[in-house]
Design a protein around this ligand. Structure first.
Ligand SMILES: Cc1cc2nc3c(=O)[nH]c(=O)nc-3n(C[C@H](O)[C@H](O)[C@H](O)COP(=O)(O)OP(=O)(O)OC[C@H]3O[C@@H](n4cnc5c(N)ncnc54)[C@H](O)[C@@H]3O)c2cc1C
Length: 434
């Protein structure tokens, strides 16, 4: 985040009021996708982003478009697994003990959400949102004017041990029941799918419908496209506060002057609760830090993305680069790079892909980002009951790239009063209390 004192210095007294139909706050996957669909619906749109476009979690993630991830983070086994991993500094999941009431409450809400019946209610909703988003990605890709390395090759989960494979098969069967297409492969079949790569695995599961993209290219190129089409895209414009009265937000104050908007969309990812608190709107979102390492893509590397399942590391080809991504640290707004976690990702690779050697000189970027995690693994999407002109679109956790287009489309439909073809009442902004 920008230094607030520095930001306040940028406000010039008497800055003229700027007016727009819709002001979108946040230039990540969710904000830019929302601005795209709002503009498409014929509205005047301004998007403000505190840093560069795609400065947040949408830049260095694994870029997977994943109907396969329709099981939310909060599952019956999640708390037990979390506790098991907590004390291992190289584990894929870590909770930093914090004496922060908001955080303790979030953990409690997560525990309460980790029930079988809640998980079964969430799966069809996430599936429908994911499949619709996938179609919208295809539509955007087919426009031909945006390059974001879209490929639909499915997602191959690799398993190193039998127990992991058995758990994976159970999940695959569950998702099968909900209509998602899967195939279970022997090690030889995995080898056929990955010619030229040696794999040390006991089997694999292929989610056929999944796709992948270069997420940074998607967000930046879509942002350039909408700016060219007439959306007012303002990087380096940080929202500092709001004037409100009678259930309306009247003015949004930014480091580049005040804005008046008929509608406001809050799409500030992990930072959304910082802003919603100023409006007395409760959004239980915790930042979930993850890391990625991007390298030059080895020659002949296949186009199919993989997950090294027990290690929870995604391996995604993105144009001429290859990205390894993983870990989830609940440690507040701590953006430091913990090299032990980065090393844990690197160490996992040869366990599954023994011929792969990554040397320091191959690394193009080490990145970390904050996933905006809600307690039940579902985003907050809808109008806020306290305001007539506030739509919240935040808290997409592990699937905010995947759900970018469908979220943007729903935001536009809500604002233009169109009927929705997916029931989003389970995503209500006030579902954890106001
Ligand atoms: C390691 C890792 C791997 C991942 N892999 C995947 C994957 O394969 N598939 C998938 O779908 N998802 C994945 N995710 C999750 C995904 O990255 C997030 O869900 C998604 O990026 C969230 O998008 P967003 O637009 O809500 O947030 P962000 O991209 O964080 O955007 C929010 C923006 O709001 C801006 N902002 C904040 N405060 C203000 C303010 N006051 N004024 C103006 N602007 C402000 C921020 O600067 C930021 O740019 C992964 C995440 C990580 C960390």
């Amino acid at each position: 985040m920008l230094d607030v004192t520095q930001s306040l210095r940028n406000i010039k007294p008497g800055d003229p009021m700027q007016e727009t139909d819709v002001l979108v706050i946040g230039g990540g996957s969710i904000g830019v996708s929302s601005a795209y669909y709002l503009h498409k619906a014929g509205l005047g749109v301004t998007l403000v982003e505190q840093g560069e476009i795609c400065a947040g979690s949408s830049h260095g993630n694994a870029g997977l478009i994943v109907p396969s991830h329709s099981i939310p983070l909060a599952t019956p086994g999640a708390v037990k697994n979390g506790l098991k991993w907590m004390f291992d500094p190289e584990s894929p999941f870590y909770i930093k003990p914090q004496l922060d009431w908001t955080f303790i409450k979030w953990l409690w809400q997560f525990r309460a959400a980790s029930k079988a019946h809640k998980m079964h209610r969430a799966i069809p909703l996430i599936r429908d949102l994911s499949l619709q988003s996938l179609s919208l990605f295809e539509e955007i890709n087919q426009m031909g004017s945006l390059d974001f390395d879209y490929q639909q090759k499915g997602l191959l989960l690799l398993y190193h041990d039998q127990h992991g494979l058995e758990e994976g098969c159970e999940e695959a069967q569950l998702l099968n029941k909900y209509g998602l297409e899967t195939a279970i492969y022997t090690p030889d079949e995995v080898a056929d799918l990955l010619p030229g790569i040696t794999c040390s695995v006991v089997g694999g599961i292929h989610f056929i419908q999944d796709a992948h993209i270069s997420p940074g290219k998607y967000v930046r190129n879509l942002s350039d496209y909408i700016a060219h089409e007439g959306v007012d895209v303002r990087p380096h414009t940080e929202v500092l506060g709001f004037d409100r009265s009678n259930g309306r937000i009247n003015v949004v104050h930014t480091t580049r002057g005040p804005f008046k908007a008929k509608e406001i969309v809050l799409a500030a990812g992990s930072w959304s609760p910082v802003l919603s608190r100023m409006l007395d709107v409760t959004l239980p979102i915790q930042p979930g830090k993850g890391y990625s390492i991007t390298v030059n893509r080895p020659s002949d590397w296949p186009e199919i993305p993989m997950v090294l399942s027990e290690a929870k590391v995604g391996v995604t080809p993105m144009g001429d680069t290859l990205r390894f991504a993983g870990t989830l640290e609940l440690a507040g707004f701590d953006l430091s790079v913990n090299m032990r976690r980065v090393d844990a990702i690197m160490k996992a690779i040869p366990r599954y892909l023994p011929d792969i050697q990554i040397n320091d000189q191959d690394i193009l970027e080490i990145w970390r980002g904050l996933r905006p995690c809600s307690p039940d693994g579902l985003p907050f999407l809808g109008r806020s009951s306290g305001y007539q002109n506030l739509v919240v679109a935040a808290g997409h956790a592990m699937i905010g790239v995947s759900l970018g287009p469908v979220t943007g489309k729903i935001v536009a439909d809500l604002i233009t009063g169109q009927s929705l073809d997916i029931d989003i009442s389970a995503l209500a902004v006030g579902r954890f209390g106001s």
